[in-house]
Design a binder for this molecule. Structure first.
Ligand SMILES: Cc1cc2nc3c(=O)[nH]c(=O)nc-3n(C[C@H](O)[C@H](O)[C@H](O)COP(=O)(O)OP(=O)(O)OC[C@H]3O[C@@H](n4cnc5c(N)ncnc54)[C@H](O)[C@@H]3O)c2cc1C
Length: 264
């Protein structure tokens, strides 16, 4: 197995949850460090930590849901080690960074002994702790196209306490002002693999006037998109109730941002 920040891997090794023959530490590979920005795209390289991503000006200005998810993750010390790519490669349903990356249409860059390839993040995570990654491949970066024009984003997480806790449920909503408005909604900790609320998005995208009735209908459709479990952190029923409330708040926040209030 490869190690980036080690904030998951070292814990799993201590608990004997994994038993690799070798651990390959990536942290000395210069080409995997940093964040690159072009006019259209941001490239978060494999060793970029959550704190590096959260303090990047382009993330602050143009990817608010990604910023909020970084800051909702753990605490400042863990965020200094944990990487965005490591969060994606852990592929746990409660990974905070996965939902915003889904909403922003992130692409995963992969390198292996037989060459390089890219996969959409939706196709990369195939189940809990499962990825479409061969044993001789690593992820080198995650790329996100920067939204053009006006956009909004919101990531709302609920846990048993404010810091150092994995989500009981979280909702990400983004909205892009194009010819018409385009909404995207995804979740954390309420489905075995990342999902978007496609039917809810469709309803919101076709709406010219947003009122509470439309938002209520979108929220109901969002609840149908998820399939939470009961575990030590929360019951299925509680998670569904949180999806209902957080989705409503996240949609409202995006509408307010687009209609002039700025990011909330
Ligand atoms: C105290 C504590 C609090 C935490 N709080 C949260 C939280 O609030 N939210 C949350 O989502 N997570 C949380 N975590 C989990 C963890 O911090 C994150 O999942 C983190 O982002 C993992 O990144 P890493 O760089 O540390 O990954 P690592 O531990 O280095 O690796 C994780 C997994 O990804 C694989 N991997 C890493 N890099 C690559 C690569 N480049 N290519 C292929 N595979 C790779 C490893 O082999 C391993 O399977 C917490 C962990 C701790 C210890």
């Amino acid at each position: 197995m490869v190690k980036s920040g080690g904030t998951d891997l070292i814990v799993w090794l201590h608990k004997s949850l994994v038993n690799p023959d070798y651990v390959i530490d990536l942290t000395k590979i210069e080409q995997l460090k940093g964040i690159e920005i072009s006019k259209e795209c941001i490239e978060i390289k494999a060793l970029a930590t959550l704190n590096e991503v959260a303090s990047h000006p382009s993330v602050k200005e143009r990817l608010p849901a990604l910023l909020q998810a970084c800051l909702a993750h753990s605490d400042p010390l863990i965020r200094n080690r944990a990487t965005v790519v490591g969060n994606v490669c852990s592929a746990i349903p409660s990974g905070d960074l996965i939902a915003p990356l889904l909403c922003y249409g992130a692409v995963v860059e992969i390198a292996g002994t037989s060459g390089n390839r890219t996969l959409r993040i939706d196709d990369f995570i195939t189940g809990p702790k499962q990825m479409a990654l061969a044993v001789d491949e690593i992820v080198t970066a995650i790329k996100i196209a920067l939204p053009e024009g006006k956009s909004a984003g919101c990531y709302l997480k609920i846990g048993r306490r404010e810091a150092l806790d994995i989500a009981q449920a979280a909702v990400c909503c983004t909205a892009f002002e194009k010819v018409t408005r385009e909404f995207r909604i995804s979740f954390c900790a309420v489905s075995p693999r990342p999902v978007r609320a496609i039917e809810a998005e469709r309803l919101l995208n076709g709406t010219t006037k947003m009122d509470s009735d439309i938002v209520d209908r979108a929220v109901k459709l969002a609840m149908e998109a998820v399939n939470p479990i009961t575990d030590v952190r929360a019951s299925r029923e509680y998670r569904l109730a949180m999806v209902e409330e957080l989705t409503r708040r996240a949609i409202k926040s995006c509408v307010e941002q687009l209609e002039g209030g700025g990011p909330t």
